[in-house]
Structure formats: structure tokens, C-alpha cells
Design a protein around this ligand. Structure first.
Ligand code: NAD
Ligand code: TYD
Length: 342
């Protein structure tokens, strides 16, 4: 199978490339990435020189580049996206461009080249805040921030290519994912790298927002199962049913790193914060998928990776990331409160 993996230099994309090349000896991977602030060639360095791997720097919004990369491919898995909620609140434009227009370009190219299997990687955030119970794939979408709204638009557009043109598109909606090489803007790497440096852990609101955290290889096996066995036109939730609030998450990280609770700080909430997501993943489980990592295992693996790969994240944190961090956190941290002893 020759597969185009878009967004391959990011967190989940690069882990998926590793999974494909190591577990599927007949897989040839064309890895395409624009290399935005979140794309990092270091994430793909291990595959350089592998005859089954090829890298193309390109924008998924560029029809010529996408068409060229897709020629001769049997399959497409799209990870490329603007992926961070807080940045989408600051600047929604790039989110609409990549997460919606980029999908149109990919789907048009997939039609032209008669690609046989296509997975659009989406997110549990398209359901919006889930006050109780769990949502399945029939639940109405109710995204509430520019990131999740653009992801919902992108996946609906992708599915419309199945309905309108018979293009064999599947969609996955995965929960929060953690593991090696996640850009240090998402909550786990923010907390882990700050804690290593004895810096404060900025917790939004009262720290009670709940997420399911899944290890990245479990997310990759879920996506891969859908690629090979999913039903065209279908959507698959990918979740682990293990709910963790932000204070508990921060506490667990501080315990693993043997750092004091006093590093936790409550800061002004994220606007439009979705306080809970929760997925029913029975449809994917019926295909035979089971996550391998419990939350404590996933977190311990992740923390260890950041401890052992300081060069990777220090290179990011010493660059333009500092401007974003100051803009998003500096004033809020100056007005922050401690977390009550618990
Ligand atoms: P990431 O930000 O680490 O990586 C995104 C990659 O896409 C980067 O390498 C970036 O350079 C590339 N990219 C961005 N715009 C591009 C464009 N126009 N053309 C080509 N490449 C472009 O994100 P991630 O955490 O790896 O997420 C990957 C996908 O999984 C996204 O679609 C995201 O919505 C989805 N997802 C992520 C999570 C999570 O917890 N991280 C959970 C569920 C779903
Ligand atoms: P995040 O990693 O941004 O993922 P999501 O897209 O699910 O919001 O945030 C996960 C949770 O952690 C969410 O409830 C917001 C919270 N959070 C903080 O409390 N502080 C932070 O600095 C960040 C980035 C997130």
C-alpha cells in the first residue's frame, strides 16, 4: 500500500508514520507537511534514508502539490490541521483555511486520483460540551470554538464527498491524545515541561474540566483499523472512557516528577471552555479495537519521554513559542490563585 500521510511532521502524524513503517512491511509512506510552527522535521528524522519513506514539504491547500503527492497512492490519511483551541480563539483564520479549505483540496485530488481508502482525522471536540453520559456517532455536532467548528466543517465536507461522489471517506473522532513529541502548547506537555523547570502550571478556571487522555499509539491503531476495515461514509469515535479533570492531571504529573503542589495555579478560564467530552467508542470496538494503555501508563510513558528528550522541547520553547506563551499566559498568571490543598 502506498499511503499519503498529510500533517506527518506533527505529533500524531509522525507517530502514525512510525507505526506504519514498523508494523506494515509493505507500506510506502509519502509524508506531506507544510511545516507550520507545529511541524517539526526532527519528528521524522528517524525515517530519513528509509526506501519506504519520502517527505514532501507542501500545503494541503495547494492543489498542484497535493495532486502530485497523491498520484499513485492507494490511501490518504489526513492529520494536517491547525490543532490548538487557544490559538483558534486568538486567530481563527488559519483554522478555516487549513481545516476546511484544505479538506476540499484533498478530497478533490483524491477524486481525481481514484484513491481507494481515505481517513479524515477529526476530534471529539466536534460534539461540544457533553454535560453527562457519552456521545456516539449519531449525536448531533455542536462545536463551540473556532478550532472545533472548523474541524466539524472539514469532516462534514469530507463526508459529503462520499454522499455526493462515492469517494470512500471515513472519519475518526479521537479524544485528547498524549505521548512523544506533542507540541508543548497542549496541556500535558505544558504541565510536564513547566514542572521539570519548576515553573507554574497554568490551570484554566477551577481546574474541573474533564477530558479522556489516550496514548498516541492507541489513537494510531484506531485510525489504522478504520483505514483498513472501516465502512466508507462512516464515522468512528476513538476514546478510552477514562475521565480526568485538570487538577487531577496536574497532580499526577507533579507526583511523577516529584515536584510540589504549589506549582499549580488557577488562572482566568479559556473563553467558551468545553468542560467535558466523553465518547462511546462501541462502533470501533466492534471492529476489534481496544486501547492498550491505561491512563496511568500513558501518562508515565509521556512524562518519561519529555524527561529523556529535553533537547526536543527546549529547542521549541526557546524559539517563537515564547511569544505565544507570554501572550496567552503572562497576564493570567500574574493574577492567578493557588489550588486549595486536597
Ligand atoms: P499538530 O499540531 O501536532 O500537527 C499538525 C501538523 O499539520 C503539523 O505538522 C503542521 O505543520 C501540519 N499542517 C498544518 N497546516 C498544514 C497545511 N495547511 N498543510 C500541510 N500541513 C499542515 O497536531 P496533532 O496533535 O498531531 O493532531 C493531528 C490531527 O489529529 C489534527 O487533525 C487534530 O485535529 C486531530 N486530533 C488531535 C488530537 C490531540 O489530542 N492532539 C485529538 C483528536 C484529534
Ligand atoms: P488542551 O490540551 O488544549 O486540549 P483541548 O483541545 O481538549 O482543550 O486542554 C486540555 C484541557 O486542559 C482543557 O480542559 C483545557 C485545560 N488546559 C489548562 O487548564 N491549562 C492549559 O494551559 C491548557 C493548554 C489547557
Amino acid at each position: 500500500m502506498r499511503i499519503l500521510v498529510t500533517g506527518a511532521a506533527g505529533f500524531i502524524g509522525s507517530n502514525y508514520v512510525r507505526y506504519m513503517l514498523s508494523k506494515q512491511p509493505d507500506a510506502h509512506v509519502v509524508a506531506l507537511d507544510k511545516l507550520t510552527y507545529a511541524g517539526n522535521l526532527a519528528n521524522l528524522a528517524a525515517f530519513e534514508g528509509n526506501p519506504r519513506f519520502q517527505f514532501v514539504q507542501a500545503d494541503i491547500c495547494d492543489p498542484d502539490a497535493v495532486g502530485e503527492a497523491l498520484a499513485g497512492c492507494d490511501a490518504l490519511v489526513n492529520f494536517a490541521a491547525e490543532s490548538h483551541v487557544d490559538r483558534s480563539v486568538i486567530d481563527p483564520m488559519a483554522f478555516v483555511k487549513t481545516n476546511v479549505e484544505g479538506i476540499r483540496v484533498l478530497m478533490e485530488a483524491a477524486r481525481t486520483h481514484s484513491v481507494q481508502r481515505i481517513v479524515q482525522v477529526s476530534t471529539d471536540e466536534v460534539y461540544g460540551h457533553v454535560p453527562d453520559g457519552s456521545v456516539n456517532e449519531q449525536t448531533l455536532l455542536a462545536p463551540r470554538n473556532p478550532y472545533s467548528a472548523s474541524k466539524a466543517g472539514g469532516e462534514l465536507l469530507a463526508l459529503s464527498y462520499f454522499t455526493s461522489f462515492g469517494l470512500p471517506v471515513m472519519v475518526t473522532r479521537g479524544v485528547n491524545t498524549i505521548g512523544p513529541s506533542q507540541y508543548p502548547e497542549k496541556v500535558v506537555p505544558v504541565f510536564v515541561t513547566n514542572a521539570i523547570d519548576d515553573e507554574q502550571l497554568p490551570i484554566y478556571g477551577e481546574g474541573k474540566a474533564v477530558r479522556e487522555y489516550m496514548y498516541v499509539t492507541d489513537h494510531c491503531t484506531g485510525i489504522d483499523l478504520v483505514l483498513h476495515r472501516g465502512e466508507p461514509g462512516a464515522v468512528y469515535n476513538v476514546g478510552v472512557e477514562y475521565e480526568v479533570d485538570t487538577v487531577t492531571l496536574a497532580t499526577s504529573i507533579l507526583e511523577l516528577l516529584e515536584k510540589p503542589r504549589s506549582l499549580m495555579r488557577l488562572i482566568e478560564d479559556r473563553p467558551g471552555h468545553d468542560y467535558r467530552y466523553s465518547l462511546d467508542s462501541a462502533r470501533l470496538e466492534a471492529l476489534g479495537w481496544q486501547p492498550k494503555y491505561t491512563f496511568p501508563q500513558a501518562l508515565a510513558e509521556t512524562v518519561n519521554w519529555y524527561v529523556e528528550n529535553e533537547d526536543w522541547w527546549r529547542a521549541i520553547k526557546s524559539g517563537s513559542f515564547g511569544e505565544y506563551y507570554a501572550r496567552n499566559y503572562a497576564e493570567r498568571l500574574a493574577r492567578s490563585r493557588p489550588v486549595a490543598a486536597g
